[in-house]
Design a protein around this ligand. Structure first.
Ligand code: HEC
Length: 468
C-alpha cells in the first residue's frame, strides 16, 4: 500500500511541476500575434522600396518562406491567405528572443548593421531603426498593437497630380522631409487626426491608399466603387468619405477600424470633391456634371438635402457659427472667376464674389480645365477666406464674415489648392504650373518660400504625423 501512495504523490507532484514549468515557458516566449502580422507586417511584403524588388515578387516561389500570390486586381490577402503567410513567416522567427536571432529579421537586414551576410532577395533595411524593420521586430517580440508615438508633428503633404509621388514638407523649415511614393496619380489627401496614417486616393488603381505615417509606405489599398477624386475624414477619425468621379454618382464610405469600404452611397452626380464640415455633422459632396451640392448626414450616412447651382461644383470650404455648426458653404464654380456663398440653414445661394483683374498681370486662359478659380480655404481662426485664381496667378484674401477683399499675393502659375498650419500663421499653395509649393506668411501676406516639389502639384493638406 505504501509504495502506491508514494507513487501517486510523486505523480501528482510531477504533474504539478510540469504545468508550472510550461506556464513559465509561456511567460517567456510570447505568442506571435496574427492580427499584428496581418495588418502591420504584411504590408511590408507588398511595399516598394527604392532599389529593391517587393518581397512578394519573389516569395510566392523562392525559398521556404512562402507568400500566397495575389490575383490581378486583388489588393490584399484574404484572412485565409494571411494565415498561410503567418505560418510560413513564423518558421523563421524565434518569438520573444533577440530579433537578431531570427532569420526573418537578419536576412533582409544589411550585414554591417547586424544582418546576416547574404539574402538572395537583397538587403531591404539599412538600419535597425528603420521603421519597417522595427515593426517586424515588434511582431517578433509578441506585440499585439502598434506602439504609441512619442511625438507627432505638423506636416504639409503636396500631392503631385501628374507624378507618382507626394511630397512631405516640414512647415518649420519649409524643407522637403519625405516622399510618399508608389501611388501613381495621387488625387486627394487627408490625415488621420491621431497622426497614425494618411489617406490618399489613387486614381490609377481606383483605391483609397492608407499610408503609414511612420514608414511613409502604403499600408493598405482599399478597393473603391470607381475612380476617386477628393477624400475627407471625420473629426474622430473613424470614417473616411471618398468622392467617386463616375456617373450617376456616389460617395464611398470607409470604416477606418476595419479598413473596409462599408457603403457606396448613391448621390446626385459624379463627385469631384467631398468634405466633412468642421463639426463633422455632414459630408458635403459636389458634382461638376450635375451642378449639385449633396449634403450627407454623417450620423445616418444618408443624403440629407441637395442644392443645384448655376454651374459645376468645384472646391468648397466652410465657416462656422459660434457653436461650431456650419454657417456657410463657400463654393467655386465651373467657368466663374471667384466664389459663391451658400447659407447652410437656408440651403440657398446668398452672395457671389467675382475676383477683379490684377493690374499689370497678364491673364492666363490656357489649360484652365473649366475652372478659373480652383482653390479655397478658411483660415483656422475663421477670419479670412483665401481663394486662388489660375487666370491671374494670385490668391485673393477676403475678411469673414463681411467678405471684403483685404489682400492679394502672387502665388505662381496655375495656383491650386490651399491649406493652413493649425496656428494660422502660414498658408501653403500648390503652383501646378511651376512644380513648386508656395509658403505664404498668412499674417503679413507675403511669400516666404518656394519649395520645389513634383510634377503638377495640386491637392495639398495639413496633416499630423507620428514621427516614431
Ligand atoms: C529578388 C527576390 C527576393 C526578394 C525581393 C526577397 N527575397 Fe527573401 N529570399 C529570396 C531567395 C532567393 C531566398 C533563398 C536564398 C536565401 O536564403 O537567401 C530568400 C530567402 C529568404 C528568407 C529565408 C527563408 C529560408 O528558406 O531560409 C527570408 C526570411 C526572406 N527571404 C525574407 C524576405 C523578406 C522579408 C523580404 C522583403 C523585405 C524578401 N525576403 C525579399 C529572394 C527574395
Amino acid at each position: 500500500m505504501k509504495p502506491s501512495i508514494r507513487l501517486r504523490v510523486i505523480t501528482y507532484l510531477f504533474a504539478f511541476s510540469a504545468s508550472a514549468f510550461s506556464g513559465l515557458l509561456l511567460a517567456q516566449a510570447p505568442e506571435l500575434d496574427f492580427d499584428f502580422f496581418k495588418n502591420e507586417v504584411q504590408p511590408i511584403f507588398l511595399a516598394k522600396r527604392e532599389g529593391n524588388v517587393r518581397c512578394i515578387q519573389c516569395h510566392t516561389r523562392s525559398s521556404n518562406f512562402r507568400l500566397q500570390g495575389l490575383e490581378e486586381h486583388q489588393l490584399f490577402w484574404t484572412d485565409e491567405q494571411s494565415r498561410m503567410n503567418f505560418e510560413s513567416a513564423s518558421q523563421f522567427v524565434l518569438a520573444g528572443e533577440d530579433p537578431l536571432r531570427s532569420r526573418f529579421m537578419t536576412h533582409p537586414l544589411a550585414a554591417d548593421v547586424g544582418g546576416d551576410p547574404f539574402h538572395g532577395g537583397g538587403k531591404h533595411f539599412h538600419s535597425q531603426f528603420d521603421p519597417e524593420w522595427r515593426i517586424m521586430a515588434d511582431w517578433v517580440a509578441g506585440a499585439k498593437v502598434r506602439r504609441t508615438p512619442s511625438s507627432v508633428a505638423v506636416r504639409i503633404i503636396q500631392t503631385n497630380a501628374a507624378g507618382d509621388d507626394s511630397t512631405v514638407i516640414d512647415p518649420e523649415s519649409n524643407k522637403v522631409v519625405g516622399t510618399i511614393s508608389d501611388i501613381a496619380i495621387p488625387h486627394g489627401v487627408v490625415g488621420a487626426p491621431d497622426g497614425s496614417q494618411i489617406y490618399i486616393t489613387n486614381e490609377s488603381m481606383h483605391s483609397l491608399d492608407i499610408v503609414d505615417a511612420r514608414t511613409l509606405r502604403v499600408k493598405r489599398r482599399i478597393p473603391l466603387s470607381g475612380r476617386p477624386n477628393n477624400v475627407a475624414v471625420t473629426g474622430d477619425g473613424s470614417k473616411v468619405y471618398v468622392a467617386i468621379m463616375e456617373m450617376p454618382g456616389s460617395v464611398d464610405i470607409i470604416d477606418v477600424a476595419s479598413m473596409t469600404n462599408v457603403k457606396t452611397l448613391p448621390v446626385n452626380g459624379a463627385i469631384h470633391n467631398v468634405y466633412v464640415t468642421p463639426d463633422s455633422r455632414y459630408a458635403v459632396a459636389g458634382s461638376i456634371q450635375t451642378r449639385t451640392i449633396n449634403v450627407i448626414d454623417t450620423r445616418t450616412d444618408e443624403l440629407a438635402w441637395e442644392l443645384e447651382m448655376s454651374s459645376g461644383i468645384r472646391p468648397m470650404t466652410f465657416d462656422t457659427k459660434a457653436d461650431g455648426s456650419t454657417r456657410s458653404i463657400f463654393v467655386q464654380l465651373s467657368g466663374f472667376h471667384g466664389f459663391a456663398v451658400v447659407d447652410f440653414d437656408k440651403r440657398e445661394e446668398v452672395a457671389r464674389i467675382e475676383h477683379p483683374a490684377v493690374p499689370g498681370e497678364e491673364a492666363h486662359l490656357d489649360g484652365l480645365q473649366g475652372a478659373p478659380a480652383h482653390g479655397l480655404a478658411v483660415s483656422p481662426d475663421g477670419k479670412m477666406l483665401w481663394s486662388t485664381s489660375k487666370v491671374y496667378s494670385h490668391v485673393y484674401i477676403h475678411s469673414l464674415p463681411d467678405l471684403q477683399e483685404i489682400g492679394r499675393v502672387f502665388v505662381g502659375q496655375h495656383p491650386e489648392w490651399i491649406t493652413f498650419t493649425p496656428d494660422g500663421k502660414r498658408a501653403y499653395i500648390g503652383a501646378a504650373g511651376d512644380n513648386v509649393t508656395y509658403a505664404v506668411d498668412a499674417i503679413k501676406m507675403e511669400t516666404i518660400a518656394k519649395i520645389p516639389v513634383g510634377q503638377v502639384p495640386k491637392r495639398i493638406a495639413m496633416v499630423r504625423m507620428a514621427l516614431d
